[in-house]
Design a protein around this ligand. Structure first.
Ligand code: ADP
Ligand code: MG
Length: 693
């Protein structure tokens, strides 16, 4: 096999000792390959720098000149320090100033050549006519490297303390020149030509030390064909991992459930409603998968309140009728308990046993004796052992990740079927690429009898309006949620805390019962409060976001969100989804406090405009950007450093098509050992791709 330069440890590169290697590590560069992918954040065209006599105030420029004078000034009792130099380039002069950085003078000497980048300003005090304040600068005394730092397009890198731009650029220059030619390209030649991609070695060279001035604009905007090549690679690796998982699971031997639908039909008769056509359709899709000899891998998407729980339950009792156990994992204890209560009530009547597993201290015998086991993360603890796990359901999948999914699944003796449910935290346009390893079912309608909730955005000052709505609803025997962002008063942020809110509501509505729920309460206390609210023995539930997902109390018709400006869009949508679950009209009231940022305003506006979860997800992604959108979710997916799934949607499609067709031909990448190795590196520490089969 060809020697691959990318794997060389960075300290073996020329000029890099242990100290430098540590600095590089701070930047995430541990190998020569990491350096290849450490892309400059900007390029300066120094191939023809503007003569100083042509500088216009008001424009950003990079120019160079010789230091012909240096001066230090102190003002106001020595508290204010200015260091200034004058640069000359034969054509004209430029004054450059730094304020209150006295140490900076040590970096300059008369006669040096200096490159500065910054805004050109009019010099109103003296001569010369133009100046720059606190520019980025680089000293380029001629030590034989001038061709790296001047008279060309130069890269400007993001740096860490302890190394100058010039030193770093010089090291990068030798790394790239010594090693880029030895890059082994993991992509199949066919993929490269079909998608018109630039070569990998060429891309790395051009991204670090560009040779074509024509490329400048695209390079600086990150849209050059060399950037595209890196982006494609990243997306390809991402999709390839999903393709491998999907293919392995598709080939694995799974369970063919043999139920006759006896329990399912009994349960359907017990339900107080009939399934919607959309629910029926997805249930059929799920049952078809369960009967097939391969493990099911299905994503059930559907907006908040569309009725996913009952579908999960129906699938679970199919598994039970076939002699297997089913497990349901929820992201919070409150939600797990709620699922348990609902399911326990319903299927107790069918003579089945349900177990709520909260801490993992339950006895082995209990777990083995249960038909349906419901819990939180506790389910994936090592000590939890099932008797015969056949179906795994994960609720609110976006709160978990690929890794937890794989862990729970491993609890089955043979590969259990998997159903993951989510209320569209991901725009539809992305779902099939991000969850590319799952088949997708969508419940695209709400039960018929629903009235959409009325959403209002009310200024905190208009308290009376808010209280009037509350009073009217409570008077009709309905219940209300009041949600606060924090549980304790934080002086700095001046947040109204849930605990204080409770007192305030008790005073304001003495005739109604107020309950409090927050994350720091003991589990039993939370259970008690929740149970009272469910039974209608608490009218107003003041809480933090612990009720964000899943909670289902149809008699609650008011959702009042205090400091709504502090919540994220998908959080607001989830919270609103707690009401509008019965047949009565319901109200979502967003109370916003000033000052309101631009993003907060956008979020609140969207909430008032639409209740379509898909649209909200699109907007959310647009506001937050993908880093936040995916990163904070512990998604377990590899981090994308170059690609942006929204901006690069077309490349993502292309990469997906290539990845899936390659895996269809060669499921275990036997023909592409190098690609296979790279793929393992890309997914490392997340999913063991080639052993999950
Ligand atoms: P989600 O999809 O958000 O998890 P749930 O499963 O909690 O929604 O269902 C929301 C509410 O709708 C529950 O009270 C549930 O009993 C009810 N529900 C589910 N399906 C139907 C239906 N077909 N007709 C009427 N109500 C339904
Ligand atoms: Mg739910």
């Amino acid at each position: 096999m060809q020697n691959n330069s990318a794997e060389i440890p960075i300290q073996h590169a020329k000029g890099i000792g242990p100290g430098r290697a540590r600095l590089f590590a701070c930047l995430g560069i541990r190998t020569v390959g990491d350096a290849f992918y450490y892309i400059p954040h900007r390029y300066d065209d120094r191939s023809h720098l503007k003569p100083l006599n042509l500088l216009d105030p008001g424009s950003a420029e990079t120019v160079s000149g010789t230091v012909i004078s240096m001066d230090e000034k102190r003002r106001r009792n020595g508290n204010f320090h200015i260091f200034e130099i004058v640069l000359h380039d034969g054509s004209g002069y430029l004054k450059v100033k730094w304020f209150n950085q006295p140490y900076i003078r040590r970096n300059f000497k008369l006669g040096q050549t200096v490159v500065v980048s910054g805004m050109v300003k009019k010099n109103t005090f003296d001569m010369p006519p133009v100046e720059m304040d606190s520019p980025e600068y680089e000293i380029v005394t001629d030590d034989g490297d001038s061709m790296i730092h001047t008279k060309r397009i130069v890269p400007v890198y993001g740096l860490t303390a302890g190394i100058s731009q010039k030193q770093f650029r010089k090291l990068m220059f030798s790394i790239i020149m010594d090693h880029a030619a030895g890059i082994q390209d993991p992509l199949p030649a066919r993929t490269i030509s079909k998608n018109g991609l630039a070569g990998l070695a060429e891309s790395v060279l051009q991204l670090h030390f560009p040779t074509h001035a024509d490329d400048m604009k695209e390079l600086n905007s990150g849209s050059s064909r060399y950037h595209r090549r890196l982006i494609f690679d990243e997306l390809f690796m991402f999709e390839l991992g999903l393709a491998v998982m999907k293919s392995a699971e598709g080939r694995a031997k799974g369970i063919s459930f043999r139920s006759q639908g006896r329990l399912r039909n009994t349960l359907l008769k017990l339900l107080p409603f009939r399934l919607t056509p959309a629910q029926q359709r997805v249930l059929e899709e799920i049952e078809r998968d369960m009967k097939a000899p391969h493990p099911m891998n299905r994503l059930l998407q559907g907006d908040v309140g569309c009725g996913k729980t009952v579908i999960a339950l129906l699938a679970m009792i199919e598994a039970v009728e076939s002699g297997f156990q089913a497990a349901l994992m929820a992201p919070t204890g409150i939600l797990a308990e709620q699922h348990f209560m609902i399911i326990h009530n319903l299927i107790g009547r069918l003579g089945l046993k349900t177990l709520l597993l909260t801490s993992g201290t339950e006895k082995h015998a209990e777990i083995c004796g249960a038909d349906i086991i419901i819990g939180t993360h506790a389910l994936i603890q090592e000590k939890v052992v099932f008797r015969r796990l056949g179906l795994v359901v994960i609720d609110e999948q976006h709160k978990f990740g690929v890794v937890q999914r794989a862990l729970l699944r491993k609890k089955g003796s043979s590969a259990p079927d998997l159903l993951v449910m989510t209320a569209t935290p991901i725009p539809r346009s992305l779902a099939h690429t991000i969850y590319g390893d799952l088949d997708c079912s969508v419940i695209n309608e709400l039960p018929l009898n629903r009235k959409p909730s009325l959403t209002r955005w009310i200024e905190a000052s208009k308290k009376d309006e808010i209280y009037a709505i509350l009073k009217r609803e409570l008077g009709k025997g309905r219940q209300a949620y009041v949600v606060y962002p924090a549980i304790e008063e934080s002086e700095k942020m001046d947040l109204k805390s849930a605990a204080q809110g409770k007192t305030a509501f008790e005073r304001r509505f003495p005739e109604f019962r107020v309950g409090l729920l927050h994350g720091r309460m003991k589990a039993e206390e939370r259970t008690t409060v929740m149970a009272l609210f469910k039974k209608g023995e608490v009218d107003i539930l003041v809480s933090t976001t612990v009720i964000e997902v899943g909670v289902d109390v149809p008699n609650a018709t008011v959702m009042l969100i205090v400091h709504a400006e502090r919540f994220g869009l998908s959080q607001l949508h989830q919270l609103r989804g707690r009401v509008g679950r019965g047949t009565d009209e319901s109200h979502c009231i967003l109370i916003a406090y000033h000052p309101l940022g631009e993003d907060a305003r956008r979020r609140l506006k969207i909430m008032v405009q639409t209740s379509d979860g898909f649209r909200i997800a699109e907007e959310d992604l647009g506001i937050r950007g993908q880093g936040e959108f995916f990163g904070t979710r512990q998604s377990g997916l590899p981090e994308l450093r170059h690609a942006n799934v929204v901006r690069d949607a077309a490349l993502l499609e292309a990469a997906k098509a290539e990845a899936f067709s390659l895996i269809a031909e060669d499921p275990e990448l036997k023909e592409s050992p190098f690609l296979k190795k790279q793929l393992d590196v890309f997914w490392k520490g997340r999913v063991d791709l080639f052993s999950t089969g």
